[in-house]
Design a protein around this ligand. Structure first.
Ligand SMILES: [Zn+2]
Ligand SMILES: [Zn+2]
Length: 126
């Protein structure tokens, strides 16, 4: 299993590694270039690390954590993010300007869900 430690250990942008987007259970990964481009834009505006708390999810993992069946995480179009010492509302405003097609605001758990779904814009709050 030694090999698994270095799999996907490559930079896909100056501040992001592919492994950061990998499924925690199997290390498989899908990452749409449009999602990455928008996250890079966010990172550049913030000038601080953007932590990917959930990127790609294989069907099994998605089910295990109770994700919705057709989650955009399952096809590499979504990421959940956290940014240290940054107000979630402020972060939301920046993400609105970058125009992610889907934005979920998770106030209690203190993270944002961001996606580049091909369908019309969607906003929700938990
Ligand atoms: Zn998995
Ligand atoms: Zn999400």
């Amino acid at each position: 299993m030694q090999m698994l430690n270095s799999v996907n250990n490559l930079k896909v942008a100056k501040n992001f590694k592919l492994s950061e987007f990998a499924c925690p259970c199997c290390k498989l990964v899908m990452l749409h270039p449009k999602l990455l481009a928008k996250l890079v834009e966010l990172r550049n505006i913030l000038e601080r690390p953007v932590y990917i708390t959930s990127g790609y999810r294989c069907p099994r993992y998605n089910q295990k954590i109770g994700g919705v069946v057709n989650s955009y995480h399952r096809i590499g179009l979504a990421a959940d993010i956290k940014v240290k010492d940054t107000n979630l509302i402020e972060l939301l405003e920046i993400c609105e300007n970058i125009d992610f097609n889907g934005i979920g605001f998770y106030e209690k758990k203190n993270f944002l869900h961001l996606d580049v779904r091909p369908t019309k814009r969607s906003r929700w709050r938990e």
